[in-house]
Design a protein around this ligand. Structure first.
Ligand code: ADP
Ligand code: MG
Length: 607
């Protein structure tokens, strides 16, 4: 019997390769525009007919090709972008596989015109399903013009599976948006069936985003920026109240390359910590700069998934960065209530003299003493308000200096704070605080409110090492199980920073000599045991830092003591403190604190 194995002809091999690289017209657009970007172009024009099914034509003003390179560019594995295997580990270009042009030319009719600045004449090449039909010198502008006609004309099965023009064009738009967002210093124009779709001039990132997605976004964007030794992160995130019902405005870029990264996507989403209306998605445009040797862009044939060496650390950086940005701008969610309709507050000018509101504090008050009902407001709440709310007031005003887009949010918060002094409160079942607001009746879950307040307070104490110790007259001894003891040892420095004074006595035994003044002289053992229990049960994942977990657990155990009758001033204090928090309407673990029964609901009931 004769041997039966043969090498496939190039045209067939290329067609097979095309199956991987070119799924639809949008893939052609992506590959060709990326080539134009790699060629150093500053202006790129994209002309599409019939959603790319009859024509994808890209014209650039980049470096162009020599006569030989022009011919070579259609060979498989022909690339100018890498030379050795080592180069694969520090990719700085969009392409590097040398497959795109060979693949495209195998399944379409291609016309290339290209010229380098230094050449007098350019080169024109016509290829039909991998076959060179014509090559001749041509007079043409510097740069490259590549027209791809009748995609899949020789692969009817593929052509049949293309979707409607609307869908295919949607895919093209996606690709163009991604590349345009990743390369804001390049001008892009896009035409479909002779209609201008985009005309994007080179612009800073924010302007580019707005040029693509519309002016509405202008009010919606908060800038983010972090530099770490692992990666630089900058870009914009959307305010929660502008979140959309559909996902689709979430973009990650790494070294100016679009990437899909479901894991980082979750990090950004997590940072919104349930401050989003249900089933909505915030926009984000997050740009990483990272040493190319710390990422691997080679794991996916169409190269939108990228592997990071320091994924877990970067996860945390993203979450912290987004969270900080949301916090910095006092983004108060207005999910249930129409805060802005409560009071109209005029914008202040920077030369206006602003007085800080004065607050009287009963420093003698101890919420844990019996018979405190008449003693005025809770010291926890008032201390908190005094310390943090005052700085918040300053923050509120600092935003007024430059008439910037974040004002509206700050005004909302201010509206609530200002509104509070005249408010009446009712307590229901020692559990809920009710107070009328313009849009209806606001109900606050008392215990959860304390959780939020204490959590933020503990967290800031942890970060600033400012916890105040309340000494215990007779130190308490706690003996724990081995696992709990080692956990306690681990978090001991942070606990002591919070205002605990705990010493290790050996053999899983500890002495407690003091507790944070915020939690009073409540049974220290119980608090610590409860804290450990909560700490263990708060999901063991990297979603929150150890400190957040400590603050959360302690807030939870301490808040249990607050399901009790409150005097009107205490409710007022609670209300004020709650709205001084960065996220007033959800507990740190995402439970609802505030709900509004709308005026309409009341009216309906009495019909
Ligand atoms: P890759 O981009 O992976 O190198 P391609 O098949 O997309 O592979 O392109 C092959 C080569 O052709 C590129 O490496 C580049 O040298 C050249 N080339 C392609 N498009 C252009 C362009 N628009 N301007 C200049 N050179 C180009
Ligand atoms: Mg390429």
């Amino acid at each position: 019997m004769t041997d039966i194995i043969q090498l496939l002809p190039d045209s067939v091999a290329n067609q097979i390769a095309a199956g991987e690289v070119i799924q639809r017209p949008a893939s052609v657009v992506k590959e060709l525009v990326e080539n134009a970007v790699d060629a150093g172009s500053t202006v790129i024009k994209i002309i599409i007919k019939d959603a790319g099914k009859s024509l994808v034509h890209i014209i650039d003003n980049g470096c162009g090709m020599s006569e030989t390179d022009a011919r070579m560019s259609f060979e498989r594995h022909a690339t100018s972008k890498i030379k050795s295997a080592e180069d694969l580990f520090c990719i700085r270009t969009m392409g590097f596989r040398g497959e795109a042009l060979a693949s495209i030319a195998a399944i379409s009719q291609v016309e290339l015109k290209t010229k380098r600045v230094e050449d007098d004449l350019g080169t024109c090449i016509l290829i039909n399903a991998s076959l060179l039909e014509n090559q001749h010198p041509v007079s043409c502008p510097d740069g490259t013009s590549l027209a791809v006609k009748n995609l899949f004309f020789n692969v009817p099965a593929r052509r049949k599976f293309l979707k409607s023009n609307q869908t295919e064009f949607r895919h093209i738009l996606d690709e163009v948006q991604r590349i345009a967002l990743a390369n804001t210093d390049i001008s892009f124009s896009l035409y479909h069936n002779d209609e201008e779709i985009y005309n994007l001039t080179a612009a800073p990132i924010k302007q580019r985003i707005i040029n693509i997605f519309g002016k509405n976004l202008n009010q919606n964007l908060i800038s983010i920026h972090t530099e770490t030794s692992l990666a630089g992160i900058r870009g914009y995130i959307g305010k929660p109240e502008f979140a959309r019902k559909t996902s689709g405005e979430q973009f990650f870029f790494v070294n100016n390359r679009y990437m899909r990264h479901p894991y980082f996507y979750k990090a950004a989403l997590n940072a919104y910590e349930k401050i989003l209306p249900p089933n909505t998605f915030p926009s984000f445009f997050i740009y990483f700069t990272i040493d190319p040797s710390r990422i691997d862009i080679n794991i996916h044939p169409t190269k939108t998934e990228i592997k990071f060496a320091d994924e877990i650390a970067i996860w945390q950086i993203i979450q912290a960065t987004v969270r900080e940005a949301l916090g910095k701008f006092n983004v108060v969610p207005s999910i249930d209530f129409e805060i802005d309709s409560l009071v109209e507050i005029p914008l202040l000018k920077s030369d206006t003299d602003v007085k800080q509101p004065a607050i009287s504090v009963n420093s003698e008050y101890n919420p844990f003493e019996k018979n405190t009902k008449k003693a005025g407001a809770s010291s926890i709440i008032f201390d908190y308000r005094k310390k943090d709310n005052l700085t918040n007031w300053e923050k509120l005003y600092s935003g007024f200096e430059n008439k910037d887009e974040n004002i509206s949010i700050q005004t909302e918060k201010q509206t609530l704070i200002q509104q509070s002094p005249a408010t009446t409160f009712f307590q229901l079942k020692n559990k809920y605080i009710l107070t009328p607001v313009k849009s209806g009746l606001m109900a606050i879950d008392q215990k959860r409110a304390y959780e939020r307040i204490l959590y933020e307070r503990f967290l800031s104490a942890l970060e600033n090492s400012q916890g105040i110790v309340q000494k215990i007259l007779f130190p308490k001894i706690i003996e724990l199980q081995a696992a709990d003891a080692s956990l306690l040892k681990e978090i001991l420095p942070d606990l002591n920073r919070l205002g605990f004074e705990i010493n290790e006595l050996g053999k899983n035994t500890f002495s407690v000599n003091g507790t944070p003044s915020d939690i009073g002289s409540y049974d220290a053992n119980k608090i610590i045991e409860g804290l450990i229990e909560n700490y263990k049960n708060s999901q063991v994942d990297i979603k929150i830092t150890a400190r957040e977990k400590i603050a959360l657990s302690l807030a939870k155990v301490s808040a249990v003591n607050y399901s009790k009758p409150l005097a009107n001033e205490e409710m007022q204090a609670l209300f004020d403190s709650l709205f001084a928090c960065s996220v007033p309407n959800y507990t740190p673990d995402g439970k609802l604190i505030i709900s509004i029964f709308s005026n309409e609901e009341f009216e309906k009931r009495f019909k």
